[in-house]
Design a protein around this ligand. Structure first.
Ligand code: SF4
Length: 373
């Protein structure tokens, strides 16, 4: 299978066929677009909220979150005025919690700097916390009709396959090239609709695996279809190595049946979320060594004999990290007065109300915990 190797060939094709390409996409979009709650109007707040929620999230998973956010915070002002714990609780289970923190910060920026109205210029939108080139282009074009092309994973894939572009999408040269091409192809009269169309086309038709080439309106002019090489595009230069991360969570109860929890600090992917006291390591640690660590880190009197029992283990996959989590029950129960700095005792019935990571949520909801508590 040959792939196109000269980017000039791709450029000339794009310039010749941009009207054809845009027209086909727009007409496909009219009949194939999914009915999505944030498409009902062109409200920039709703578009922004949906874009932030849907980043790194499947549509089916993200929609209920979007609906809950809109119901709780119908406008940007109410989101800005909320405390972060309420936002984190609503976000719970979506992962990549920095998005929730950015959502809050950007809402406050809009209230403070823009009198609670979204700016309509790309250059102003991109200054909002957590809003990158893609989201700024989506809001500017869909809500305000500005001619700025969006480029996300779907757009890279559709363009790379259709034009047979072999420049890596993660190289500087590739990024520049795709950006130029995307803007050349953009329908300047209907930029918002065109942007939605190409993203939707990537999400529904030109799928990462098994694209529906047989029923594709671009088939007769698509490089990948004509050369049967869709699986070779888009091209990436480097693979990010996947690292292992081991977490050992300690379930420590007091005589009143309360459980010890701690709020994470203001850094990392789970910042400000609640969890049990934890040992984190890049390598696996023998379970029998854990009580001595625990004694040291929580300052538990050395004469108290601790025993441990693993009650739940889970592998949690993030984009570049494998997380191996073990939940370890510690015996005996401790006295209520014993509370290391930074920790707190909470009633198990109150634990549900705290914002926690998906990992903690899975554990808490598991029947294992309910049976053994
Ligand atoms: S023919 Fe296949 S590879 Fe080409 S644009 Fe259509 S779905 Fe994508």
């Amino acid at each position: 299978v040959t792939v196109r190797s000269k980017k000039k060939a791709c450029t000339s094709k794009s310039l010749q066929s941009n009207n054809f390409f845009a027209e086909k996409l727009l007409s496909w979009f009219k009949t194939h677009q999914r009915e999505l709650p944030f498409r009902k109007d062109k409200n920039p707040y709703k578009i922004w909220l949906s874009e932030i929620i849907m980043q790194q999230t499947r549509m089916a998973q993200g929609i209920p979150y979007y609906e809950r956010f809109i119901e709780t915070f119908p406008e940007v002002k109410s989101l800005a005025e909320s405390d972060i714990e309420k936002i984190l609780k609503l976000w719970q289970g979506l992962g990549y919690y920095s998005r929730a923190h950015n959502l809050h910060a950007a809402a406050r920026q809009i209230v403070k700097d823009h009198n609670s109205s979204f700016p309509d210029q790309y250059e102003e939108l991109i200054k909002l916390k957590g809003v990158g080139e893609y989201t700024a282009a989506a809001i500017a074009s869909i809500a305000f009709g500005k001619p700025v092309a969006v480029i996300d994973g779907n757009v890279y894939r559709v363009l790379a396959r259709y034009f047979g572009i072999e420049l890596p999408i993660d190289s500087n040269e590739g990024k520049k090239y795709f950006k130029q091409l995307a803007n050349d192809l953009l329908d300047k009269k209907y930029p918002g609709e065109y942007n939605e169309a190409i993203m939707e086309f990537g999400a529904v038709q030109c799928l990462p695996k098994n694209p529906n080439c047989k029923e594709c309106p671009l088939q007769t002019t698509c490089h990948s279809f004509l050369n049967q090489c869709a699986d070779q595009f888009p091209i990436k230069a480097k693979k990010t190595p996947v690292k292992n991360h081991f977490l050992y969570y300690f379930l420590i109860l007091n005589h009143d049946g309360e459980i010890m929890v701690k709020q994470r600090d203001n850094t990392g992917i789970w910042k400000n979320l609640f969890e049990f006291p934890v040992l984190e390591s890049q390598t696996e640690i023998p379970i029998k060594n854990l009580p001595s660590f625990l004694k040291k880190s929580l300052d538990i009197p050395s004469e108290l004999k601790l025993s441990q029992r693993t009650i739940f283990t889970q592998k949690h996959q993030l984009s570049h990290r494998n997380i191996y989590a073990s939940f370890i029950k510690i015996e005996p129960k401790l006295s209520l007065q014993f509370l290391p700095q930074g920790n707190r005792w909470v009633k198990t019935s109150e634990f549900h109300g705290l914002p926690v990571s998906k990992l903690m949520q899975n554990f808490w909801e598991s029947s294992i915990w309910n049976k053994k508590k």
